[in-house]
Design a protein around this ligand. Sequence first.
Ligand code: NAD
Length: 489
Amino acid sequence: MWIANQRIDAAATGGWIDSEDPATEEVIGRVPAGGAADVERAVAAARDASDGWRYTAANDRAELLHEAVARSTEQHDELVELLTREQGKARPEQEEEAEWALTSLRYYAELGRNGSGRVIPSGEPRSQLNMVLKEPYGVVGAIVPWNYPLLLLAWKLAPALAAGNTVVIKPSELTSLVTLRWIESCFDHFPPGVINVVTGTGAEAGEALVAHPDVRVIAMTGSVATGQRIASVAAPMMKHLHLELGGKDAFVVGPDADLETAADALAYAALLNAGQVCTSAERVLVPAGMRDGFAEAVTAKVADLRLGHGLDAGTDLGPMAADRFRDKVTAHVEDAVSRGARVVTGGGRPDRPGWFFEPTVLVDVDDDMVIATEETFGPTIPISTYDRLDEVIGRVNASTMGLGATLRSSDPLAIKRFYEGVKVGTVWINDPLTDNYAGPFGGMKMTGGGRELGPEGLETFLETKHVHWDFSQDRKDWWFPYGAGEDDV
Ligand code: NAD
């Protein structure tokens, strides 16, 4: 673990968690299984550093973030290799993750220099000043998943630090090695206690962080179930929660779409990171008359993709991150097949070591099948049909989650109706899964409502305070007793 710029080599209770390469099933390292005592120590360090960091000049904070970018760039190859070994996806995707993470650091380093707040009109403009201040909360708990461990950490860490908060990180138990390596090798020039890492399970280390009274903000990305648990633990303390939870994104093929390029776009949107992306295309809606041609085009794209170790040149799809995630994918496929869906390609586990699952295309999928309602988080492409574009918005909105949605079309009227009608945080027209640092990312409904990136991603780590300042200490005539003024008259 990493507390007050010191490497902590064992948890208070002495337990350990193995980290495995999901493509080979080999143990590649281990991290301490931290718990409440370790969280206590990390939060104390973060609290002690809090005042000093809050009053560090924003420009100095920005320079420290830029220095972390420079160090990360020097360590790029080593970090990407470890990230690939621990997380699994193909190397080009890991390269992108590492680069995007640094862009986030650069973006918030600069945004943080601007500060914020405003002066508003006073009741007595000559003798009063009214200000809206934006202040750091203090200690932020950052709880991170395994699918983009550096990127999703950077989206929390960079704005939290730029806003003047100190941070305690709880990485996923599946990707703690790379998180620790990144922080200890690229951020140890920050003042001690400003950034801390406690490794451990969600139930032990994660929950202790959420329950700690000195942690005023929990910024968490993960599943809806974990978000609900965190919300219930945090509720008695009225903590500020920033939750980025699961999705069930729809990919809609418009009647005017070109089938070949739509199939290419879908293969990318559904199979990036073996489908383990919160914004993966998890439901596909295609005009009934185009179904067979489209399914054929998608199957042809998928059949050419190569499964392999993320570090091997030519690998398109790595393994799933843990064996247990394959069970969920299998259950979703089996439920669909038992209720009338047909597997066109894939559907099983290839005969090789590692937690691979074949890219799987299904047709005849109904909206009430589990694969169309619950997050699968695997390499599946379930295809359903529609008769009229009018019905699509209601079907997209039938999900309890609302992260993103894609439409392939060039019809401006259809596009406008679509982006106005769908209840999701991001709408992609033709170009799925493309993020923009200036554009807030997050979801509606049970996806949690948090927003990362853009000014909104900084704002979430700032608390608002209104200061009303009267320059004089004069008595006001509306104070008690009420009768006094009338008697004078
Ligand atoms: P998860 O919910 O299992 O775990 C996420 C983090 O929460 C981990 O660090 C885990 O240890 C921790 N945690 C678990 N239980 C906890 C508890 N009781 N208290 C505190 N912390 C706890 O999710 P995962 O499997 O790591 O990630 C996949 C999920 O993340 C998917 O549902 C995916 O959609 C979602 N996700 C969402 C976004 C987004 O921006 N909306 C982005 C990526 C992933």
